[in-house]
Design a protein around this ligand. Structure first.
Ligand SMILES: *Cc1c(COP(=O)(O)O)cnc(C)c1O
Length: 336
């Protein structure tokens, strides 16, 4: 937590159009520390997407609260704001929308609902550094936001890292205290805190990479645009970009009813793909007590999603090889 961390915190806060940034150990801890800073704990319920990466749920469970899953919109793959209200109870304290795959969640109706019911909105922006919703950066759209600098994210360190963003000075200060053993003054501990530091050397790497993040995100967009142009009409579900969204293409996720066969076909042709995510959180052994067992949309997505290769350095020849490999599979299907 030296001078590089402080400089990075200032630079990343202004990049995200937020007042305060607090560097922490990773994205999971960023979420967890925000929940702790708001005093969310045992007996409380927190709305989470049913189809997110498990960290969103774990942060809620780790502070003693209960994650309450809400299904996504089947077109955008992001939490469906229309389904949130019926999941609220007198114990609901917060909503964690996730900007999944770098696509901003539909924040206006979520914020309106939160205002109506007095709930905290915590963005999980781990996959969305630089994305915009109605022109505004993700990370500054709710009460607080968590992000991750895991090396595979759009803004990745050379090891683990994360950050909390907020416009609320009291929350920023509380997170600062919690990340540092609950201490404001050395050897005085007012809270039962954690050790969740962002390393100075990682902050230094992040400062260098932040200067090219927009450029790299626009190269991801060029890859996505080419995929969309060449795969439209091939009988696959392609990513949908709503009017309000400027995504940053952390992932380019297609859907196929023959997902496993398509994946195997691509692998034979030298195209590596990944499934984000193959098992929804409520089907994980660690959540076998989850009361919500019937979440058909997230189960359908888990069966059908496939992430095509995506990174800023993918060239036209590589993109075309991926596209031709996908089309050769789709062609063999329609020839049956
Ligand atoms: C990566 C990720 C996290 C967790 O970040 P870590 O730094 O790996 O702990 C949380 N939520 C989402 C949506 C993520 O993709």
């Amino acid at each position: 937590m030296g001078p590089e961390v402080e400089a990075f915190e200032d630079e990343f806060a202004s990049y995200c159009e937020a007042k305060y940034c607090v560097g922490v150990g990773n994205g999971l801890e960023a979420l967890h520390l925000i929940l702790r800073a708001y005093g969310i704990g045992p007996g409380d319920e927190v709305i989470v997407p049913s189809n997110t990466f498990i960290a969103t749920w774990l942060a809620v469970t780790e502070c003693g609260a209960t994650p309450v899953p809400v299904e996504p919109d089947v077109v955008t793959h992001n939490i469906n704001p229309c389904l949130i209200e019926s999941a609220l109870t007198s114990r609901t304290c917060a909503i964690i929308p996730v900007h999944l795959y770098g696509q901003p969640a539909e924040m206006d109706p979520i914020n309106a609902l939160a205002a109506k019911h007095g709930l905290i909105v915590i963005e999980d922006a781990a996959q969305a550094q630089g994305a915009r919703y109605n022109g505004r950066r993700t990370g500054s759209l709710g009460h607080a936001a968590a992000t991750s600098f895991y090396p595979g994210k759009n803004l990745g360190a050379l090891g683990d890292g994360g950050a909390v963003l907020t416009n609320d000075l009291a929350i920023a200060e509380r997170v600062k205290q919690l990340r540092n053993y609950g201490s404001k003054v050395k050897y005085h501990h007012d809270l039962v805190g954690y050790n969740s530091r962002l390393d100075d050397i990682q902050a230094g790497f992040l400062r260098a990479k932040l200067t090219v993040l927009d450029q790299w995100n626009s190269r991801r967009k060029a890859v996505a645009d080419r995929y969309t142009k060449l795969l439209t009409g091939a009988g696959l579900h392609l990513p949908f970009v709503p009017k309000y969204a400027e995504p940053v293409w952390h992932l380019y996720v297609i859907r196929s009813h023959q997902r496993d066969a398509l994946k195997a076909h691509l692998e034979q042709l030298g195209v590596a793909t990944v499934i984000h995510y193959p098992i929804p959180p409520h089907r994980q052994a660690c959540y076998q007590d989850c009361k919500e067992r019937f979440l058909p949309i997230s189960e359908k997505l888990a069966r059908e999603v496939l992430s095509l290769p995506m990174c800023p350095t993918l060239g036209p020849a590589e993109i075309d090889h991926v596209v031709h490999s996908v089309l050769s599979f789709q062609g063999s299907l329609s020839g049956d």
